[in-house]
Design a protein. Sequence first.
Length: 278
Amino acid sequence: MLRQRVVTALIIIGGFVAILVLAPFPVQALLFALVALAGAWEWSSLVSCQSVLARIAYAAVVPLLSLGLWMLVTAGDIEVAAAVRPWLAGAAMLWSAMLLALKSYPAGGWLWGRVWIRGLMGWLILTMTWVSVAFCLTLEKGPLIVFLMMLTVATADIGAYFAGKQLGRHPLALAISPSKTWEGFWGGMACVAALVFILWSNLPSSYLHLDLGSLLALGLLTGGASVVGDLTVSALKREVGLKDSGALLPGHGGLLDRLDSICGAAPIFALGLLLVGY
């Protein structure tokens, strides 16, 4: 199983890096939209879509919403950064609300138990994930920025896995994901802090206005948001009795099982970039 997971992960990483390095922005945006569409297809299993037609109809809403929102923020004379900021702030508020809801899980059946709320959550979360990534791609050195966001999420995840395995004693969210521990969480955050320090120490002179404290806050909030995204999807899967969102990725489960952390992290990272003055 471990070998299968590693092979699948290497293939995903290779494809992802190839897209960022070789593809122009329109192709990158389209490919990431397809990823969001696949995520929406898997999310449809969380909202009791039984027929193939119902699942297609549900999934199709995400690229339509994403395209509509992107046209909205890029229209007119307002800079994209200024136009997208309120939407990113709204997404950050949504994830803050999800954190509060997770703290009381499994209470709050009005949220987790209602199909229409789970469906709306999928549309909003996946749409804002795509918009956040697309916005980051338009920035100076956009592909590198997106790669660093993904690297932050991966660092938090890997650090939490090894720290939790060696030191884990106190459950982080026992009712949602029994294997996650507070020791693992803080181990992941420590690894993110180390990553940020290494990156900051090697910044070119044109980026020296980005101070270490701001970048640490950005990295830690991004890593923390990735955990909230992971736990949110885990709670939804638990609510409908699913272990994995799908079987697309051998050794990993579904695409949504890998995308959930990025869903939480992407809007926080994009908004944070604006706030630190990138």
